[in-house]
Design a protein around this ligand. Structure first.
Ligand SMILES: NC(=O)c1ccc[n+]([C@@H]2O[C@H](COP(=O)([O-])OP(=O)(O)OC[C@H]3O[C@@H](n4cnc5c(N)ncnc54)[C@H](OP(=O)(O)O)[C@@H]3O)[C@@H](O)[C@H]2O)c1
Length: 206
């Protein structure tokens, strides 16, 4: 599969590297420092590429959307049209200082991102565990990565990518259920294994 990463920071690099190892072709896109990104990508071999954000959509079967929350509008504008493509929203609504969450009122990060990609197949994923948790879970005991979205085939694709990264996908339902697992939801940053997750989700649903 061809995976394009918008926001090749902690999240994009961690998962992108795993997917390259599993045989996927992965394009990492840059905003400020192409030199640093080229050094990283150069170590990953022939299936990894550096692209400008503007070129990611044309390359990708799946776009991983992983910019800082305050950059979602700008990043979406750079990315351009993604009609019919799977877009994985990894964001949590932290403020630019990373000292707390922005006040979205009754809205959520997933709703804000979905508004930017109305004709794409948006799946929330890769957001509920930190990169430190995910990295150690990839090497040791796999943990659950929640997915939420309105298109089942898109969710199957993303679930496969999560499994390829050595983690355990768990589908909470349509995109509105992302409220359970993105910050500040009750499932956010808690680590669940396969046997405990269903009970935790049931409790979170209340
Ligand atoms: N860190 C975690 O443990 C974690 C876990 C789960 C989810 N998340 C969420 O996932 C997202 C990414 O987190 P992160 O820790 O990977 O952040 P990060 O390390 O700061 O990386 C963000 C990346 O986005 C790029 N970027 C900035 N502005 C952009 C724009 N306008 N267009 C395109 N790309 C842009 C940055 O490029 P430059 O460096 O050139 O600015 C950087 O490569 C955040 O929304 C975060 O809340 C984070």
């Amino acid at each position: 599969m061809r995976i394009g990463i918008v926001g090749a920071g902690n999240v994009g690099r961690l998962y992108g590297e795993e997917w390259v190892k599993r045989g996927h072709e992965v394009a990492f896109s840059y905003v400020r420092d192409v030199g640093r990104l080229e050094s990283f990508v150069g170590l990953l071999g022939a299936r990894a590429y550096v692209l400008e954000v503007e070129d990611v959509a044309a390359f990708s079967d799946v776009v991983i959307f992983a910019p800082p929350f305050e950059q979602i509008e700008h990043a979406a504008a750079l990315l351009g049209p993604v009609s019919g493509k799977v877009v994985v929203d990894t964001t949590n609504p932290f403020n630019p200082e990373r000292t707390g969450l922005v006040d979205l009122g009754t809205s959520t990060a997933s709703e804000k991102v979905a508004e930017l990609f109305r004709d794409a197949l948006v799946v929330k994923a890769l957001h509920n565990v930190s990169v430190e948790q995910a990295a150690s879970a990839m090497r040791e005991t796999p943990v659950v990565v929640f997915i939420a979205g309105d298109d089942n085939r898109a969710k199957d694709t993303v679930a496969g990518l999560i499994a390829d990264a050595g983690l355990v996908p768990f589908d909470t339902g349509d995109l509105s259920t992302a409220v359970l697992s993105e910050a500040p939801g009750p499932l956010f940053m808690n680590e669940y294994n396969e046997s405990a997750v269903a009970a935790a989700v049931a409790t979170a649903r209340g």
